[in-house]
Design a protein around this ligand. Structure first.
Ligand code: AMP
Length: 481
């Protein structure tokens, strides 16, 4: 049965409200199939691409079914990359904002102790990469006895990265009385085997690939010699003059080269590859999302699962060696009904990979000519003008959901024996404020954070300057982060 409104699902008012703010009006195909089945606690194997809305398809039912009072994690979501873990955590936090769902991301290259401290707090959902999740399990910092939902996201990529054994080891640590959902863009044998070994009568849901075949993406191919790629890239960007552009390279050396060339030529650009520090990778990703620069040069680390709104042009500067990468890379454009364009540079050496991609996607990528000199000259003025202006991002979901929220910082926490209920008790008594206006509460040893929703932050801030929590006077201020 196809449903065309989220209101048709058995989903609480708090979740519905978040979907409204996120501007999710109608369920996507994968959502219309997954949400009702997941709400019935059905094990699921879902073949769906990123861009199909798959994160919300599990994020909505999981957020709905979480019991808020329970302190220990109830859902575990495994992802192949750190970036995807952070993205999924953000999506779940947005969907569960008004229910005050606390989601924590755990991944390598971030201090273990920071994650351990986060996991000590009430945590509803843990999102993580297999290696770090296993670390937490082994060191006893992640409790699993209340896990009711296991989601394996991008299972085929777990396989490609050799994580399947770790995934299996994690599954063996989980309570058997749980719901398991596996999401994958393709379903190789090893993934299917894993599913059949660990799932109960899984329902298989297949969403036809929308990434490649979507008529919202215009595909083109240009034949070029390796040494002419940089100047071709510059010409293409002038003629296409994209609002935002992702340029994919095969190696981090290529990324560095292309980035330096563009940077030197005055392009507002950044780069992203696995050789950069984690913090830098996040800040680059965030900067691109916020529109701080227009051009992002990246290896495939940025292609998988990362939700960057409305990239107008994707350039495959190098032909991807793996045909699936083409789908993931190009899937960054033409999302959510927007028009997108993708251009691939193919050298004579790369033509065999290009052929393999065409076979995989089921059509020949139309050849296009490199822009002529007059075309480039004609585009120059408009191009220069756009380069000097800031990119306007119309649809930053997290910003939208956060705009009504103020995070307050209190000096005082566990050491003063303060608990979340103490804050709720005090804040909900302020005239004009109700318990519903209180969001996520995080208590550390010496300090606490309380999210105040619905634009009531200033009111609470003012009132708390003269109030006490559990009989104690705490200093309150607007949190910096
Ligand atoms: P995903 O496949 O999870 O990476 O999601 C692709 C994009 O679609 C993300 O930007 C989501 O925020 C967005 N999205 C998900 N569900 C909906 C919906 N029902 N309506 C509009 N946008 C959606």
């Amino acid at each position: 049965m196809s449903r065309n409104s989220f209101a048709d699902y058995r989903v609480s008012e708090e979740i519905q409200r978040a979907l409204e703010v996120l501007k999710y009006k109608t369920p996507t195909e994968v959502q219309s199939k997954v949400i009702p089945a997941a709400l019935e606690n059905q094990d699921l194997i879902v073949k769906a691409q990123t861009g199909s809305g798959k994160t919300a398809s599990f994020g909505i039912p999981v957020s709905e079914m979480i019991e808020w009072e329970e302190k220990k994690p109830q859902a575990l979501i495994l992802t192949p990359t750190r970036e995807l873990a952070v993205q999924v955590r953000e999506d779940i936090t947005n969907i569960g904002r008004f229910k005050r769902i606390k989601a924590v991301a755990v991944f390598g290259k971030e201090p273990f102790s920071k994650q351990r401290d986060e996991l000590k707090q009430k945590t509803h959902v843990v999102v993580g990469t297999p290696g770090r999740v296993m670390d937490h399990i082994e060191r006893g910092t992640l409790e699993l006895d209340r896990i009711k939902y296991l989601i394996i996201d991008e299972a085929d990529e777990m396989l490609n990265r050799g994580f399947i054994d770790e995934v299996e080891a994690i599954i063996n640590e989980l309570p058997s009385n749980r719901v398991t959902m596996v999401f994958s863009a393709t379903l190789p044998m090893d993934v299917e085997n894993l599913c059949h070994k660990y799932m109960k009568d899984p329902l298989q849901i297949v969403i036809e690939a929308t990434g490649v075949t979507a008529d919202t993406i215009e595909h083109s191919l240009i034949e070029v010699k390796e040494e002419e790629k940089i100047s071709l890239l510059k010409d293409i960007t002038v003629v296409e003059n994209p609002d935002s552009c992702l340029i994919f390279c095969r190696t981090k050396e290529h990324v560095d080269n292309v980035y330096s060339e563009l940077d030197r030529a005055g392009y507002p650009c950044e780069r992203l590859h696995g050789g950069l520090e984690q913090e830098d990778r996040f800040s680059v990703m965030e900067g691109f999302k916020l529109g701080n620069f227009r051009y992002l040069v990246a290896t495939d680390v940025a292609a998988r699962g990362i939700d960057i709104d409305n990239v107008s042009l994707v350039v495959n500067y190098d032909v991807p060696m793996e045909k699936e990468s083409y789908v993931h890379r190009t899937g960054r454009t033409g999302r959510a009904g927007n028009k997108g364009k993708t251009i691939m540079f193919s050298t004579p050496y790369e033509s065999k990979f290009t052929k393999a991609i065409e076979k995989y996607i089921g059509f020949e990528i139309p050849l296009m000519e490199a822009p002529s000199y007059p075309e480039v000259a004609a585009g120059k003025a408009a191009f220069e003008e756009k380069l000097s202006g800031r990119r306007v991002v119309r649809n930053n979901k997290t910003a939208r959901i956060n705009q009504d929220i103020m995070k307050l910082h209190f000096t005082g926490g566990k050491k003063k024996k303060i608990r979340a209920v103490d804050f709720v008790g005090t804040i909900a008594k302020i005239p004009g404020v109700e318990a519903e206006d209180i969001g996520i509460i995080t208590i550390h040893d010496q300090m606490s954070y309380v999210d105040i929703l619905n634009g009531k932050g200033s009111l609470v801030l003012q009132a708390m300057e003269n109030a006490t929590v559990k009989g104690k006077k705490l200093k309150v201020s607007k949190a910096i982060k």
